[in-house]
Every structure is written in C-alpha cells, then in structure tokens.
Design a protein around this ligand. Structure first.
Ligand code: FES
Length: 337
C-alpha cells in the first residue's frame, strides 16, 4: 500500500496550487505526495475533503478525468456557510495536506442524443467535465451558465473554446435565466443536467415535471428542503424536519439481513445513528443525504426517502436508501447489512 493511502480507502493529498478564478471563488489543485496515480473518475463525480476534525465537505471534480496526477475543485466562499468554504479560502494553503475520499458519482452523464446543461454559480464545477465529455463524443449540447455578475462566474476562460454552444448569463445584466423558453416544451431526446443553488434546482425541477421520466439530472450539495410531499405517508409520532415544515416521524425496526439482528429506530435517531448506537458499522460522510456514502440495499419494506440524491424513478426501482436521513413507511425494514 502506498504511504498516502489510508486504511479506510481515503487518500492523503497535498495542495499543489490554489488560485482565485472569480470573485469569491478559488480553484484548488490536489496531488498525491508520492506521485502515484489518483483513482479514476467520471464527469459528475465528487470527493469528500476532510479539511479538519468534523469538517468534511463534498466538492465536485472539475478538471480533466484523463489527468491521473491532479484533481481540481472550485470552491465558493460562503460567509454564512458552516465553515468548509471559509476553511478552504482562509486556512488551506499550497503545501498543506488534506485527506480525501475516493471519487463517488451520483450525477452520471448518461448517453443521450442531445444535452442541455444548466449551471448556476459554483454549480458550474461538475458541468465542466461534462461539456468536455460531450464535446469529445461529438454530441449535440448546449450550456446555459447563470451567475450574479460576470466577475463572480468562475472558469469562463475554459468555456470560451466552445463558442456559441455556451450562453453566459450574468443576472445583473440580463436578469434571471429564461427557464420557460428553455424547458417549457418537453424534448424527449434531450438529457437535462442542472447544478446550482436550490432556487434554480427547484425551478428547473418544476419546469421539467412534464418531461419524460429520467430526462432531468440534478446535483445538490445542500439537503433538499423538506416540503409538503414529505409529510404524505410519514408516521404520526414525534416531529422533526430540516426545513420550514415539521415532519411527523414514527419508530420502526430495522432487521439486518446478514445476521437476522433487529435494531429499533426511535423517533429521536436516524437509522444510521440507531445502527451506530447498536455497534453496527455503516460508512457515512455528510450525514444529511447529499453524498451517497451511506447508501444501503433494502431487501424488504418500504423506505421513506428523504435524501437529495435519488430521483423518483430510482426511489421506485433501485432498492436503495440513504440511512443517514431516510426512514421507513413500514413497521419493519430489512436492510442488506
Ligand atoms: Fe451522505 Fe448519507 S452520509 S448521504
């Protein structure tokens, strides 16, 4: 094993470069200190960066997937955030060591005759390798990239090579993105990829509700707000919620298929927390349903999905759940653990 690979599959990396690429955005280049090739990744992938104790954040890889020596991320400074971006901007420096997970991809670029990419602000980062791949594949594609101001929009230099395929849309000059003209007529052959702030994602999801199932692909790095849909089908005992709406919760049992052991999940704990309290190891990272690390197979029972990753189709078909946030609609869930 290389000296820079930790026992849990994480990597010690070193910050090889850090530069400002737009107002409040830095590009950070990470390499392996031992020079060994980094794990491969595909467009849409992200890594966990363990910036400090209890400070784990997910960042999309925005460089070239063919570059096995360097990973690149772009980080927006969010002064009102929870400290990850502040750490990257104000503490992390060239030469520092950081720990990273292997790349994980919840935002895969699927084969399609045509692509429409929609990026808002720092949401451009996972889209960059996607347009590179679409261009290399000779696909028909278009990118509409919105931002608050031209100066706040990162990586414009990289996009210049694509000419008229890319529409740059600073809001202070052009107003909000005209999603109606882009999305109000469903186009069955077009795959739509969107990453950006919650307001953009929610608007795009709403506009695409009449599109064929599976057309829209979104990536969130903040939990989806809890809404009325989440209340439907939830139990009746206790309440909890991560957004504006309190959601009723019930107790239920989780049965571990491999041992037959039963763990009770009270209203005060997530499935993940109940499993950990019972001494059952499950990998986790974000613990808020956005990274996919805790994905677990469901053998029996009906999950109450509360993650921000799985699409409605995946929820219906995949037999998977994120145990850090999702619960159960049935008194018993049998999990592949
Ligand atoms: Fe990130 Fe569960 S730990 S989705």
């Amino acid at each position: 094993m290389s000296a820079s690979v930790l026992g849990d599959g994480r990597f010690e990396l070193v910050v090889a470069a850090k530069e400002r690429v737009a107002e409040a955005v830095v590009r950070v280049v990470l390499t392996r200190p031992d020079g060994v090739a980094l794990p491969t990744w595909t467009p849409g992938a992200h890594i966990d960066l363990i910036l400090a104790d209890q400070l784990v954040r997910q960042y999309s890889l925005c460089g070239d997937p063919a570059d096995g020596e360097r990973w690149e991320i772009g980080v927006l400074h969010e002064p009102d955030g929870r400290g990850g971006s502040r750490h990257v901007h104000q503490v992390l420096d060239v030469g520092d060591q950081v720990t990273a997970s292997a790349p994980r991809n919840n935002f895969q670029l699927v084969p399609a005759p045509e692509y429409l990419f929609l990026a808002g602000g720092i949401g451009i980062t996972p889209i960059l390798p996607m347009v590179r791949a679409a261009q290399a594949a000779g696909a028909t594609w278009r990118l509409v990239y919105g931002g608050r101001r031209h100066a706040s929009m990162a990586f414009l230099d990289r996009l210049a090579q694509y000419g008229s395929r890319v529409t740059i849309h600073p809001e202070d000059i052009h107003g909000q993105l005209d999603l109606a003209s882009l999305l109000d007529i469903p186009r069955p052959d077009v795959a739509v990829y969107c990453c950006g702030p919650e307001g953009l994602l929610a608007a795009v999801e709403s506009r695409c509700s009449a599109w064929p199932a599976g057309s829209l692909h979104v990536e969130r790095f903040q939990p989806r707000p809890v809404g009325a849909d989440d209340i439907a089908g939830a139990g009746t005992a206790g309440t909890a919620g991560t957004g504006d709406v309190a959601v009723a919760l019930s107790e239920f049992d989780v049965v571990l298929a491999q041992s037959g052991r039963t763990v009770r999940v009270p209203t005060s704990l997530s499935v993940l927390e109940a499993l950990e309290a019972a001494g059952v190891d499950v990998l986790s990272s974000c613990r808020e349903g956005v990274c996919g690390t805790c994905e677990t197979g469901v053998v029996e029972g009906e999950p109450d999905h509360r993650d921000s990753i799985l699409t409605e189709e995946e929820r219906a078909a995949s037999g998977l759940m994120m145990v850090c946030v999702s619960r159960s609609r049935t008194p018993k869930l049998v999990l592949d653990l």
